[in-house]
Design a protein around this ligand. Structure first.
Ligand SMILES: C[S@@+](CC[C@H](N)C(=O)[O-])C[C@H]1O[C@@H](n2cnc3c(N)ncnc32)[C@H](O)[C@@H]1O
Ligand SMILES: Nc1nc2[nH]cc(C(=O)O)c2c(=O)[nH]1
Ligand code: SF4
Ligand SMILES: [Mg+2]
Length: 233
């Protein structure tokens, strides 16, 4: 663990309270690093190493990663990169918790891009994505009403997406689906990025969601969390 300055301790307290911090430092609060099959996004099915950062500013009702909300090891960026090099997979996803809460995530992502990694970030869409290195593939959620966090969506982010990036909406029920279709239209999302709709796993029937997508006539990708069918991490 790195020795910390008062400024670093203040930054750490900020993320503990779910507030993004602006302090540059050499370490990140890390929940886990694991190597698995990418279960989500247009990269689904590919081998991928996951860097799961700790803490989140949201509390989605159906969140499957609540264990990332507390704790996390202070881990040097150098040590994270050394571990990724050791695993050897050139596709890396930065996730959480909410990875954009911790300012040094940008240093990590830029260093990984410089090293030739394909870097993905999975973010809730509640924090500013504009500082993200343009080489990073952004997968940004918009939170539907069923999540309980719809008021946190930062719609200004949509203008910062690249055409190759992805907007994901996780849906609990038909009301969420109708909200999602209206939101795509209102913010012209399909003209900014790819769009994925995913069911809350085990809650919304995926056949039903598939039919709703077909009936909508829109180019929306159905995303199922394939790691949960494989029963892997
Ligand atoms: C755990 S979050 C971490 C990254 C970031 N906080 C976010 O929400 O995008 C990763 C992805 O898992 C999705 N997710 C979490 N719980 C889920 C569930 N029960 N069913 C389907 N997707 C879920 C989130 O919506 C998000 O797209
Ligand atoms: N296998 C696997 N694929 C994933 N894609 C996104 C994940 C996430 O939690 O962000 C995730 C995850 O937790 N496991
Ligand atoms: S934003 Fe992501 S990590 Fe945070 S509660 Fe929602 S799904 Fe979970
Ligand atoms: Mg997950």
């Amino acid at each position: 663990m790195a020795s910390t300055t008062p400024a670093e301790r203040a930054a750490d307290h900020a993320i503990e309270r779910g507030r993004p911090e602006r302090e540059e430092r050499s370490w990140l609060r890390l929940t886990e690093i694991f190597f698995s099959i990418q279960g989500e996004s247009s990269f689904a099915g590919l081998p991928c190493t996951f860097v799961r950062l700790s803490r989140c500013n949201l509390r989605c009702t159906w969140c499957d990663t609540t264990y990332s909300f507390k704790g996390g090891e202070r881990t040097e960026i150098d040590a994270i990169i050394a571990r990724l090099d050791e695993i050897g997979c050139k596709v890396v996803e930065i996730t959480g918790g909410e990875p954009l809460l911790q300012r040094p995530v940008h240093t990590l992502m830029t260093r990984l891009c410089d090293l030739g990694y394909t870097v993905l970030i999975e973010t809730s869409g509640s924090l500013d994505i504009s500082p993200i290195d343009p080489r990073v593939h952004v997968i940004m959620d918009l939170k539907a009403p069923g999540s309980g966090e719809v008021d946190k969506n930062l719609y200004a982010n949509i203008a910062h997406l690249k055409a190759s990036d992805e907007v994901k909406i996780v849906l609990q029920d038909r009301a969420d689906f109708d909200w999602a279709i209206a939101t795509l239209e209102e913010h012209d999302v399909l003209n900014h990025a790819h769009v994925i709709f995913s069911p809350v796993h085990g809650e919304l029937n995926s056949h039903e969601l598939a039919n709703w997508i077909l009936e909508s006539g829109q180019q929306i990708r159905l995303g199922l969390q394939i790691h949960k069918f494989l029963d892997v991490e």
